[in-house]
Design a protein around this ligand. Structure first.
Ligand SMILES: [Cu+2]
Length: 104
């Protein structure tokens, strides 16, 4: 069944390779990356914070206001609208999660 030779099985081989590459890229993208940004807190929500951030070159993202999750709800205690911060976030899930920050 998994004859990886040429001929009529060439298509099967390509499909298997494509399938394995797809899994590889899915795993790599799930592992995610950490990005750094600077911004100003706009609004606090349950376990989330809206931040007006500057450009994030590592994500090809311009300045905008967006919602971030926080890795630990305790982090929100140090934040309030108007707080300026440098922060790191992880985009490994469907949400971007702040893992660390420093007040400015
Ligand atoms: Cu953004």
């Amino acid at each position: 069944m998994f004859d990886l030779g040429g001929g009529e099985h060439g298509m099967t081989r390509r499909l298997i390779l494509f399938f394995m590459l797809s899994i590889f890229y899915a795993v790599v993208s799930f592992a995610g990356e950490t990005h750094k940004a600077s911004g100003v807190v706009k609004e606090l929500k349950a376990n989330k914070v809206a931040i007006s951030h500057g450009p994030i070159s590592t994500m090809n993202m311009g300045a905008m206001t967006m919602l971030f999750d926080v890795a630990d709800p305790e982090m929100l205690k140090d934040l309030k609208p108007g707080t300026k911060l440098d922060f790191s976030f992880d985009n490994s899930k469907d949400a971007m999660t702040i893992t660390d920050f420093e007040l400015k």
